[in-house]
Design a protein around this ligand. Structure first.
Ligand code: NDP
Ligand code: MG
Length: 388
């Protein structure tokens, strides 16, 4: 039986992963499930999947978790150290679906014990792509993309030589505000930003989709995953979210990955890789869909994409600063302390302040140094937000 652990089990990706695993009760031995505040869900899934241990990120919630698991024989634990410990428990396949930079350390620990890491947590690649890949290599593990665009590119590259790739095109739905007039965006609320036209995802990534910060993170993720030059990565607005990515080869061929917007496809692909197995996702009827549409991103509406290009040019630990500043700006927007367009301004200001600090940006990519830059960038972002 395959031993699996799910980090971020109570979230959108985590629940989709559990949906697939629960369909084959005899196929998996569930080691660890982790969550945050949603203790009822965590405990219910731990019982249903007969997990060995359930961990909440919040120490104050341990008594609640303990009582929800009473009599089940399932171990319970809480806090960052407990999350790390759970990640060291031997598993063959680990889903990394915590949201934010908090997902990096458990993912690295899972790789250190030789697991295959299914990586939904794009922040890991943005903050420390080289470290993630080196850790996988050193311990004989593998990192498989779960982000739909990156899963699509990965599938398009099977059997291909990366040297023959001319370009990679990742698509973007454009998020909640793609058809809003630019002048209205300043007044957009978190509630409005948190509704996605096609995908059902967690609140944070949904708002990042509206601001295009999600696509900005994904451009960097593409560079890190596939080792491709930034100028070969393109973003294409595709409102229907049916084509997830395209790989362009040096003979002019464009290979597109087409599928319904359902994350169980990318999760299931990573779960069964290198095999393909039937998945409970919609089969598209292209005759009925009839048309798909595309357009170039409007630069005036997508400062996040420009910032991602700058981050790739800067290199080093700039991705960690970028992500941390984005996380704090997003917190402030959700708490209504800054406006929708202020998020990009905050991130840009933090990056400007970091550009003079090459010592931090050029430091060796270790977990400690990444965490330090993350911490400093959050402080800077909070200062910028305070002055807003
Ligand atoms: P959700 O917000 O739905 O879920 C996040 C999960 O992480 C929950 O289990 C949450 O616990 C837990 N969590 C939150 N904060 C912390 C923390 N500080 N430490 C430990 N655990 C924490 O997010 P999504 O499932 O939408 O996204 C997860 C990751 O996958 C993100 O990196 C996202 O960018 C990526 N992704 C998501 C896609 C999607 O379709 N949703 C698509 C592609 C990528 P709780 O809810 O119990 O508080
Ligand atoms: Mg994506």
């Amino acid at each position: 039986m395959r031993r699996v652990s799910i980090f971020g089990a109570t979230g959108s990706i985590g629940q989709n992963t559990i949906d697939l695993i629960a369909r084959d009760p005899g196929g998996y031995d569930v080691v660890a499930l982790t969550g945050g505040r949603n203790i009822a869900q965590l405990a219910a899934d731990a019982r249903r999947l007969k997990a060995k241990i359930a961990v909440t990120a919040h120490e104050a919630l341990l008594p609640e978790l303990r009582s929800a698991l009473a009599g089940s024989g399932i171990e319970s634990a809480a806090g960052a150290a407990a999350l790390q410990e759970a990640a060291t428990r031997p598993a063959d396949w680990v889903m990394s679906a915590i949201v934010g930079a908090a997902g990096l350390a458990p993912g690295l620990a899972a790789l250190e014990q030789g697991a295959t890491l299914a990586l939904a947590n794009k922040e890991s690649m943005v903050c420390a792509g080289a470290l993630v890949k080196a850790t996988a290599k050193a311990h004989g593990g593998a990192v498989l993309p779960v982000d739909s665009e990156h899963s699509a590119v990965f599938q398009g590259l099977i059997g291909e030589d990366i040297a023959a790739v001319e370009r990679i095109i990742i698509t973007a739905s454009g998020g909640a505000f793609r058809d809003w007039p630019l002048e209205d965006l300043a007044r957009a609320t978190p509630e409005q930003a948190a509704t996605h036209p096609n995908w059902d995802m967690g609140q944070r990534i949904t708002i990042d989709s509206a601001s295009m910060f999600n696509k900005a993170l994904e451009v960097i993720e593409t560079r890190e995953f596939f080792g491709i030059a930034p100028e070969k990565i393109e973003v294409l607005i595709h409102p229907e979210s049916m084509i997830h990515a395209l790989v362009g080869f040096n003979d002019g061929a464009l290979m597109a990955h087409v599928g319904a917007p359902d994350m169980r496809h990318a999760i299931g692909f990573a779960l069964h890789y290198p095999d393909r197995k039937p998945l409970p996702v919609e089969r598209l009827d292209l005759a009925q869909i009839a048309t798909l549409s595309f357009r170039a991103p409007d630069e005036a509406r997508t400062p996040a994409l420009r910032l991602a290009r700058e981050v790739m040019e800067t290199g080093g630990l700039a991705g960690a600063a970028f992500n941390a500043a984005k996380e704090r700006a997003l917190d402030a927007f959700i708490e209504k302390r800054i406006g929708f367009l202020d998020m990009a301004r905050v991130v840009e200001t933090v990056l400007e302040r970091f550009s003079g600090r090459r010592g931090h940006i050029d430091a060796q990519m270790t977990l400690d140094n990444v965490a330090h830059v993350d911490h400093l960038a959050r402080q800077e972002a909070d200062m910028v937000i305070g002055q807003n």
